[in-house]
Design a protein around this ligand. Structure first.
Ligand code: SF4
Ligand code: SF4
Length: 392
């Protein structure tokens, strides 16, 4: 899709011009009809260079946040996917184990990223970090990981911690990791900081047709040679629970993938593939341009979920709550439970929230947080519901 029409698409969305059809600013000659792919032709069609790492990655990639069959992941490889993302914390370390099983025998043909989080409760010592990385390698049955990301940071101060810097340097020197970087839910801040960070060779950021305010920063980061990977590209993934998207409009994920990849500053995007049909559906979006049919599907999705999707990483309403409820985290876990179908994981994450700040008091509160949400979410009602489903 030509650049000007992509820009008009975003403007139309944000200005509310977009209803269920095309905006008047969209010229017909910029629109190509949807490409259809025969099942036998489903294959990754495009590989991009991941910044200065020089790694050649499939434009559509595989994330392993929730349960998956190793055979399904292997099928993704057979169809051309070569980039696989996991984390120590996914599925209580089991994701790394499954990655090891799935990619056994083809280690030299794939690129693996794993991530380690360092919360305020984590003891950060050089040896502890090295031990954790070595345990990850053992679980993945590999001697090295291509990319090691510091997981989920909101600020890059942590990357100046001497113990941490020394541990990752040692791991690099010993050939146990090749490249470093971070994942973040706070890209408007961290990407700016990344421009001055030698540690940052790769970033993993939230980017979708409904969350794209970081575009100017992506351009700068890309110019610096940092590899850029997009996550949360399905903007809440609510299509599976929307009647009008079940069966008839199965191309929502493809439209969302093509939208993300139409930005040349994105090198690859990770998707969770929990079945063979997911693999085929997502891989079929590879290498194809964003088109008119995609545009309509995304417009429809946005129309249906705009006031239901709690934007991951958003903190706009947090100060409104007198009881310090971590509204964004609770609603994210609720999304994991209902939309991503990661019930066990969601319950486990929710259980880790301190009882003092769980949304127990919402039932007797006037819900001032709802007024603070610029997207019109019924925050109080959503929190009460979240507490019900997550308190197993
Ligand atoms: S409804 Fe819940 S989250 Fe909202 S202000 Fe009240 S206590 Fe806080
Ligand atoms: S409820 Fe609204 S304001 Fe609060 S975190 Fe979610 S999207 Fe942001």
């Amino acid at each position: 899709m030509a650049k000007w029409s992509r820009r008009n698409f975003i403007t139309a969305f944000t200005s509310g011009l977009f209803g269920m059809g095309l905006t008047k600013t969209m010229r017909a000659d910029s629109i190509k009809l949807n490409n259809r792919v025969e099942t036998k032709d489903i294959k990754i069609k495009k590989y991009n260079i991941l910044g200065k790492t020089g790694l050649k990655v499939s434009d559509v990639s595989c994330g392993a946040i929730s349960f998956f069959e190793p055979n399904v992941m292997r099928y993704a490889f057979d169809l051309g996917i070569n980039y696989f993302d996991t984390a120590e914390g996914y599925m209580n370390t089991n994701s790394e184990r499954y990655i090891g099983q799935a990619l056994s025998g083809i280690r030299d043909k794939v690129i693996i990223t794993t991530k380690h989080g360092y919360s305020s409760r984590t003891k950060i010592t050089r040896q502890n970090i090295i031990n954790r990385m070595e345990n990850s390698l053992k679980r993945m049955k590999t001697d090295y990981v291509d990319i090691a990301l510091v997981h989920g940071i909101n600020d890059l101060k942590l990357l100046h911690n001497e113990e941490l810097v020394s541990a990752y340097s040692k791991l690099k020197k010993d050939g146990k990791i090749r490249f470093t970087g971070f994942s973040t839910h706070n890209a408007p801040v961290t990407l700016k900081q990344a421009l001055d960070s030698d540690f940052t060779q790769v970033v993993l950021v939230i980017y979708s047709h409904m969350q794209n305010e970081i575009e100017p920063l992506l351009e700068q980061v890309k110019k610096k040679g940092i590899g850029v990977i997009a996550m949360k590209i399905f903007a809440g993934g609510k299509h599976g629970n929307l009647k009008s998207f079940i069966g008839r409009e199965t191309s929502y994920p493809q439209a969302a993938i093509r939208w993300v990849l139409s930005n040349s500053n994105i090198d690859t995007c990770i998707t969770t593939m929990s079945s063979y049909s997911h693999v085929e559906e997502y891989v079929a979006a590879s290498g194809l341009s964003f088109d008119r049919a995609d545009l309509n599907v995304l417009a429809k999705y946005r129309h249906l979920v705009d006031d239901q999707y709690c934007r991951v990483g958003c903190e706009e309403c947090l100060n409104a709550c007198p009881n310090n409820v971590p509204i964004n985290d609770v609603l994210r876990y609720s999304m994991y439970f209902e939309d991503y179908k990661m019930e066990k994981e969601a319950i486990r994450y929710y259980a880790e929230i301190d009882d003092q700040i769980k949304p127990y008091l919402c039932v007797s509160c006037d819900g001032i947080c709802s007024d603070a949400c610029p997207y019109g979410l019924k925050v109080r009602e959503n929190l009460i519901h979240a507490n019900e489903i997550l308190s197993a």
